[in-house]
Design a protein around this ligand. Sequence first.
Ligand SMILES: Nc1nc2c(c(=O)[nH]1)N[C@H]1C(S)=C(S)[C@@H](COP(=O)(O)O)O[C@H]1N2
Ligand SMILES: [Mo]
Length: 308
Amino acid sequence: MPIKSSEITPEALYRQRRRMIALGLASLTLPLTSGLFANTKEQDMPELGDIDSDGQGKLTATKLETINSYNNYYEFGFAKTDPSQAAKTLITSPWSVEIGGEGADKPGLYDIADLHSEYAIENRIYRFRCVEAWAMVIPWNGIPLAKVIKAAQPNSKARYVRFQTLHDTQQMPNANWAGGPYIEGLTITEAIHPLAMLATGIYNQPLEQQTGAPIRLVVPWKYGFKYAKSIVRIDLVESMPRNTWWRQNPNEYGFYANVNPRFDHPRWSQASERVIGSFGRQKTLLFNGYADQVAYLYPDLSDRRYFY
Ligand SMILES: Nc1nc2c(c(=O)[nH]1)N[C@H]1C(S)=C(S)[C@@H](COP(=O)(O)O)O[C@H]1N2
Ligand SMILES: [Mo]
């Protein structure tokens, strides 16, 4: 019996497509599931489950349905199930992102469609770790953040990058939970690190509103609150941005927020994490498993400042 297309999950489509890419057949077969990714120039990437995560075993990507239904997006409510219900009506097209700040010699206003035609979409399967001690594995599609930053021609004042997300009291029932737009920040060297990306999709499907459509930050070695959703402004700035969670609760959250199992949250252990979509817990890894790639950015690994 042939399988009805309505029964093919996004995960199955994604795996099938990855196999075709490996065989060099991608251009002959299935159109990508969304026009948004029509210009995708796929990078070589392992099959799902083929990544050896530092001796921790193979990564198993979380199901799309799970990724899209267990969320933190407080502008739409505080419960994990609120965003997938309340965010549906958020209008995410057209959408533009303004890039500026005193550190940008070439500021600009970019439509999401411009970004998609200008830059190849890359695919990255990353571990995801929320500061609340839960974890997923997410196959992202997006643009390396470094490319967007380089296009803005950073000058010597570009020491940090500040991200501002949509703050719309008409469209977001809980828009004012933090008293203004959600703010995040990175140092410039973190921001141009090859692991950092601006994601526009998951499993080759455009982001849904609850996961931060149409564009959100992805920094896999840091806690999830750094991953600002539905970004409208990116500024290259001279002083360290005061990010939302640091402002909300400076005893518990800071600027760097790098994952480290040895530095506990004041109210819970960070040594292990609950795996969403499965029954187990697993040990948390230094820099969420990306220490080989990012530890050089942080000269003193005993400095707590880097890990909350
Ligand atoms: N604008 C905005 N971005 C946000 C948040 C938020 O409340 N508002 N929550 C953050 C937190 S705490 C986490 S863990 C991740 C959750 O991303 P996910 O729902 O796609 O898993 O988004 C981050 N980005
Ligand atoms: Mo989080």
